[in-house]
Design a protein around this ligand. Structure first.
Ligand code: SAM
Length: 204
């Protein structure tokens, strides 16, 4: 079922060209990071930024059956696709699809400070990802980001402190790299700024 859904996603051009197995392997890396950073209590809430064609979100929904999910996607056609996908996966009861900008979602009291984990793959540069994630995460929650293959200092910047996020680990599973950040302080009141502003004037 999941594979068929991801094949459909690729046909609609919601998902990049690599083979479906590569997408699934990358998403399983997110699951391993989540497993590593979750304590005894292997359940909670995972929010996915820019869920698009469903990776890693749909794979995680299938793998982590005890968890609740919020999938945030601003494009209506993609959100519709995700809505149908979670219905096909019989996961509608524990998954919410939000068709809106992540910046607005973070300011919606239904969602702010609600996530144990925020996941992001190809959502945007670090400054935008951190700004959108910081008001969605609970204090001490984790942001997990799929990283480009070359190890860079993408997350090292003095402005990151405004978000309250701290890089705590760069890790690799199979052939995918991940950066893990922890929400150690409350974000600055002004973050995230309005959608559009985060893109036009990134924090760094
Ligand atoms: C390059 S795609 C990646 C999708 C998926 N995570 C993947 O890796 O296949 C980025 C997605 O994020 C969505 N997106 C980008 N910025 C957003 C924002 N500020 N709020 C909500 N969705 C956003 C886009 O519409 C797009 O579907």
């Amino acid at each position: 079922m999941l594979r068929g859904i991801l094949e459909k996603s690729q046909k609609f051009n919601f998902l990049g060209n690599p083979p479906i197995d590569d997408h699934i392997r990358n998403a399983m890396g997110f699951a391993q990071v989540i497993h590593e950073f979750t304590g005894e209590n292997q359940k909670g809430k995972i929010y996915d930024l820019g869920s698009g064609g469903g990776v890693p979100a749909l794979v995680l929904i299938e793998k982590l059956k005890e968890w609740e999910f919020v999938l945030i996607e601003r494009k209506e056609k993609r959100a519709d696709f995700l809505f149908e996908a979670i219905s096909d996966l019989n996961a509608s009861e524990r998954v919410t699809i939000v068709c809106d900008e992540a910046e607005n979602t973070a300011r919606n009291e239904k969602f702010s400070f609600g996530a144990d984990f925020v996941t992001a793959r190809s959502f945007g540069p670090p400054a935008i990802t951190a700004e959108c994630a910081c008001r969605l995460l609970k204090l001490n929650g984790f942001l997990v980001v799929s990283e480009p293959p070359s190890n860079t200092d993408r997350w090292v910047h003095e402005k990151l402190s405004l978000t309250g996020l701290n890089p705590i680990k760069h890790t690799k599973f199979n052939d995918s790299n991940f950066q893990v950040l922890q929400q150690l302080q409350h974000p600055s009141d002004g973050l995230p700024r309005r959608a559009g502003v985060t893109r036009k004037r990134p924090l760094w």
